[in-house]
Design a protein around this ligand. Sequence first.
Ligand code: DLL
Length: 433
Amino acid sequence: MIFNPENECMDIQTRKKLQFAALKNLTETVYSKVPFYRNKMEQAKITPYDIHSIADIEKLPFTSKDDLRENYPHGLRACSQARIVEVHMSSGTTGKPVVNEYTKKDLDIWWESMARTLSGAGCTRNDIVHNCYGYGLFTGGAGVHYGSLNVGAEVLPMSSGNTERQLMIMRDFGSTMLTCTPSYALYLAEEAEEAGIDLKQLPINKGCFGAEPWSESMRAEIESRYGMKAYDIYGLTEIIGPGVAFECEAQNGLHINEDFFYPEIIDPASGKSLPAGEKGELVFTTLTREGTPLLRYRTRDITCLINEPCICGRTTIRMNRLLGRTDDMLIIRGVNIFPSQIEQALIEIEGTEPQYMIIINRGDSHLDEVELQVEVKKEFFTDETRGLEILRSRIEHIMKSKLQIGMKVKLVEPKTIERSIGKAKRVIDNRKF
Ligand code: DLL
């Protein structure tokens, strides 16, 4: 189903003209209203008058996650506070959160993008959307919620947790569409099996899954366990939340809502633009955003663009499912985590060495399980095990409060974690994506 054929199937040349007009407008706005962008553009010796076509976007400076953090909380806002109606923040816990401030028009863009996304997966006003993405500062819950309302579907604002209740409501309310992380979808399926519920007999027949890496084999497993079609959805807090790109019935690449979010692929090392088909770092410019618009934002996600027509009739450019990241960010149970955060927390705990290994497994329950091995100072390894046990539970507690995910801590003797020559290996990720 195509939610907005006029825009989604627009003639490509017409779209390019609109993108150019929006880009020009955007550069004028940020140049005049956001000192951060004016400085960057001055350093790059460029003004809005130098933008003569959409291709001139390459002249503009990039924006990075660090820029966002350094300008926390309001440094990148391009309008008055009075025009802001909603705020979301990154799920990450490193330093300062990454903030997105929405005006009413920004929310309209999100409503539209998410309605296109859900419609791409076949959602109509007859559907009952079982939304297990988290509600709160995370964008997943709100994004799907708004999209469902815009389509006219009925939405069940579930959030995650309490599986028994999830399954009861799914059955009793006849949910037809599931939205959550792919690992949570598999976890729910496992619990349903345990409870003797045959999901294939329930009305649930499609789902939109994203916010973390997943694979074709996970898709096959979700589809067969639920007897449903499983679609990939992509997005990030900084740009809008979910709804930046989505799969259609072809399930062959994600259509980018490029009238709102202009994509580029660059070589992460040189910053040079790469043509469609070549793998590199995904960069977005939020052409029509008002609250916290972004110029050439480096996502650190790796993929390639697909510039061929799609059988569904949409003319928007597609991106491949994500192929990795340029940094070492891990997504564990939907929470973005950098190994350096764990290191930082350990340094502050007396009795530990800054030697650690993070081992991630996708457990029997299909949820991510983390074991953190930490080297302990020699003097702690005595016959008295109580001291060790206190230290172990203290580390678990600190990690949980700083990183927002639970992990199993295993204390090991000094010098047991393998030392590497050169770049230390801190993560063993056994999950299959
Ligand atoms: O994860 C927004 C979202 C919510 C997307 C619900 C889809 C569904 P963040 O927490 O800011 O926002 O994390 C963004 O998650 O840069 C990717 O690395 C990763 N990611 C998002 N979608 C996918 C996907 C939300 N479909 C970061 N496949 C992004 C793989 C994904 N990775």
